[in-house]
Every structure is written in C-alpha cells, then in structure tokens.
Write a protein that binds this ligand. Structure first.
Ligand code: GH3
Ligand code: MG
Ligand code: MG
Length: 317
C-alpha cells in the first residue's frame, strides 16, 4: 500500500515508518495536517495514518479537508486511521465522527499494527478493483455496442463542452457528417448481419482516418443508424477539407463489396462538412450546414465530400 503517515513527532514517525516499510508498504511522511492535505492530492495514498494534535493544522481539520477534496472527485473514500496515545472507546467515537475510519495507538504492539495493515490492504485491493471496474463501465457506457465508436450521447456531451470552449477562445470548429451510400440496398441484398459487419468496417475506416489526420482533438462517433460524425475542435481549414476527402477515400479503399451501389460495386460514403474559423453562436447551425452539404453530396452523385465555410454571425438564432 501507499501509506501517508502524518505526525509531527519525528521519533514516532521514524519508528512507524520503519515498521510499515518492513511490512512492505511504501510510506510518505507529512509533518502536519496542512502538508498532509497537499501530499494527499499528489501521492493519492491507499491509507492515511493521521496524528491528531499537530502544529499548523490538526488531524481533524486535515481529515475534514481531505474528505471535502474527495467529495469533488468522481469516486473516492480513502481510509483514514487516527494515531492516538490510547485506543479508548471515547477516542474511537470521536475519530469516526471526525471522518476517520478507525484509530490505532501509536505504541500498539507490532502484531496489532501488522494485522490492521493487512485488513487495510484488503480494502485497498477492493477499492482498486472497484475503480478499475468503474472505469471500464464508464468506458463501455460511452461506446456504441455495434461499432465500438463513441456513442451519440457521449459525442453530444463532448461536442457541447468542446464547442463552449471554442466559443470562449474564439477557436475554429468543424463537423463532418458521414453517411453510407445506398445502405438500405446493402441490407436488402446481403442481409442485416452482413449489414452490421459493414457498419463495423466503415466505422473502423472512419476512426482510422480521424486518427491518422494528426489532429489530436478530433474524435469520431456513431451518430445514428448508418451515419457517423467526426468533430474537429481547433482545426485548420485545410486540414478539415483534407480529412473530409480522406474519409471518402479510406472507406472506398476498404473495397467492401456492394453490388447494388451504383457503378462502384463497393461500399462508399458521402460526407458533408462545415467549418467555422471562429466558433460563435449556435452549434446546431454548424450541424445543419454539414447536413445540407451531405444532402448536396448525395444529390451530386454520392461517393464524395462537400464542405463549406460558415462565417461568424451566420449562426445567429
Ligand atoms: P443514401 O445513399 O441516400 O444514404 O441511401 P441509404 O439507403 O443509405 O439511406 P436510407 O436512409 O434509405 O437507409 C439507411 C439504412 O440503414 C436503413 C436501415 O435499415 C439501415 N441501418 C440503420 N442502422 C442499422 C444497423 O444498425 N444495422 C444494419 N444492418 N442496418 C442499419
Ligand atoms: Mg442515412
Ligand atoms: Mg445512407
């Protein structure tokens, strides 16, 4: 475990540190509550051993600040054990009321300290497992089950945040809407299962095109059905136009057979894009413009990209 040991008495800190290290733990010492609160954020310990009476800031105040900090985090409760002169009932009640989880006497016999650390290591192990499971769940909740791309809900959240930031800094912003050509015929001809396979291949191609664009903030998502989107915060106009074309080419290069797709005989996409040099106004207007361009790309023969530039002011409600 990573243990944050907080005690102003050097002699106590030294004895406890050497004992804890001999049990195999990694120990960081803080000499008062204020230092402990700072160290807690950086060290992210599995356990805190906290003295109560200390100069600058006492253990109760430090515990209160640590709990407040944890409340601002996604998911956190680090065990805090108070170090006391004696482990009386009164002390235990006060410790728990103050936000601690247990207490231990500073001069507790070695087997008692070892046993308590063993119990805490179990808790730390479980917390680690929970944190990992939580992160996996969150990751899954943000993904589309069929294609593995970001799903629409997550795309909306992330796009709104990126747009708000772009408006604040007057940064550029662009959207690409991507739609598979004649996909209904694909399903009718090859069946829905093959249709799903095809959606996966196209999604991978789109994701690759976005990743290979070198635009670190670009992200691709499944917009819905056989439609995808790439969101491009802080992008140069030239890079946006290149990526629009790259998506069409990358999907075409996969050469997924599609007998019923006009003269091409392979799966193709149409792309509609809209770019704003300085984000301003309503994001919906940018999407509408990208949609109109997608419609144009379809009308102009499919298997192509159509893009346009929206000047500031053109997105006013
Ligand atoms: P266009 O070139 O104009 O885009 O024609 P289209 O046939 O692609 O467009 P349309 O909107 O008529 O058909 C879209 C089809 O996409 C219909 C629907 O069954 C199919 N589709 C949507 N989501 C899924 C899915 O998850 N799996 C499969 N297999 N098909 C899907
Ligand atoms: Mg469609
Ligand atoms: Mg389509």
């Amino acid at each position: 475990m990573k243990i944050l040991l907080v005690d102003d008495a050097q002699s106590v800190a030294m004895v406890l540190t050497s004992r804890l290290r001999s049990f195999g733990h990694h120990v960081l010492v803080a000499e008062n509550g204020a230092v402990a609160v700072d160290s807690f954020r950086e060290f992210a310990p599995d356990l805190v051993l906290m003295d109560i009476q200390m100069p600058v800031m006492d253990g109760f105040k430090a515990t209160d600040l640590i709990r407040k900090f944890e409340a601002s985090q996604e998911w956190a409760w680090t065990p805090i054990i108070f170090l006391t002169g004696s482990d009386t009932t009164d002390n235990l009640v006060t410790a728990i009321e103050a936000g601690g989880d247990d207490l231990i006497a500073k001069n507790a016999p070695e087997p008692v300290l070892r046993a308590k650390m063993k119990a805490m290591a179990r808790v730390a192990g479980l917390r680690q497992k929970l944190a990992t499971a939580n992160a996996n769940l969150l990751e899954q909740a943000n993904r589309d089950g069929l294609t593995g791309l970001l799903n629409r809900r997550h795309m909306d959240e992330r796009t709104d945040a990126a747009w708000a930031h772009a408006c604040q800094v007057q940064g550029s912003f662009a959207v690409l809407m991507i739609d598979i050509d004649n996909f209904k015929r694909y399903n009718d001809h090859y069946g829905h299962q093959m249709g799903d396979e095809c959606l996966r291949s196209v999604a991978t191609a789109i994701d690759n095109a976005a990743r290979h664009s070198g635009l670190s903030r670009a992200f691709a998502a499944r917009y819905g059905g056989e439609e995808f989107a790439i969101i491009l915060p802080n992008v140069k106009r030239g890079d946006f136009e290149l990526l629009a074309m790259a998506v069409v080419t990358t999907v075409r290069n996969c050469a997924v057979p599609h007998e019923k797709n006009a003269d091409w005989g392979i799966v193709t996409t149409s792309v509609g894009g809209a770019f704003m040099p300085h984000a301003n106004g309503l994001l919906g207007a940018l999407f509408r413009s990208a949609d109109q361009n997608l419609y144009l790309a379809k009308n102009n023969g499919r298997n192509r990209a159509q893009t346009s530039i929206l000047e500031a002011g053109s997105t006013a409600p």
